[in-house]
Write a protein that binds this ligand. Sequence first.
Ligand SMILES: [Zn+2]
Ligand SMILES: [Zn+2]
Length: 290
Amino acid sequence: MAAAVEDRAVTPAVAIKVIREHLVPLLSDVHRPLISIQGQPSWDKIRTLYPALVFASESQQEQLLAAIGRMIELFVRHTDRPPREIEFPPFIEVFSFSRLCGYLGVPIAKPLLEIDEGTGDLYRFCKYCWLPVRRKDVCAFHTTIVIGAVDASSQPACAHISLKQAQRLRAVFEQKVLALATRDEMEFHQSGFGLPALLPPSGLTQWLDARRPHLARLVRNQAGASANGLRILSTVLYGEELGARVVEAIGGAVYLWTPITTRAEGWLAAWAAKSPRGGARRRATKLLEE
Ligand SMILES: [Zn+2]
Ligand SMILES: [Zn+2]
């Protein structure tokens, strides 16, 4: 996928490719023509997409269009001085995170984890949640095939819904992640680069309260379990056993948790906005509520 364009200078043609791969799939068929470019790609043409999307968003009451427009605008603003080296990870939240890191001058290391199948990249997310992929593009929970033994006593929050529910949640989930990544990035720039957009080495709960409120609630609910905020966060996100290994893998570079929390927050917000009915809802909300 977008990994194909990693580490190349950004030209308008590359920018269009990224926009097609990352943003166009988020739009419904009706809205896709809004992000089409005629003829040779140029920065001027790409720049016109932003006002077009914002205008369409206002006239059609579609928040998502404005979010995509802002994402394009940020993208153009930060790649406009060619040639510029930028890495395009396959997920919008990691992509946005990389740009923030670039501005702050902090190194972006892929957090790696030893798993049964070899080395796993924590930023290669399951398409339905924030867990790392185990098979093709899904995690151990969101697949019909049983992958190894799954410890039922301590599971991550997203494991409590069925694959069908996860599939139904996906579109809203992606929209929420995009909106959150965009908001973080916009506010960071508006603050003159002062906003703590990355997960800080201390003051984790305050940061979660301010920037990841749904996740903050889950962490609070578990607060009795341990005094260590990062340990609780890792348990909520990955379950106990895997969580401990992720804490170890990320180590002191705690800002590397940021895109994972973006994805989890987007998921939880999507769940809150669009949870299913009936028994499945009761089972799944048990974990996600007090
Ligand atoms: Zn998953
Ligand atoms: Zn900027």
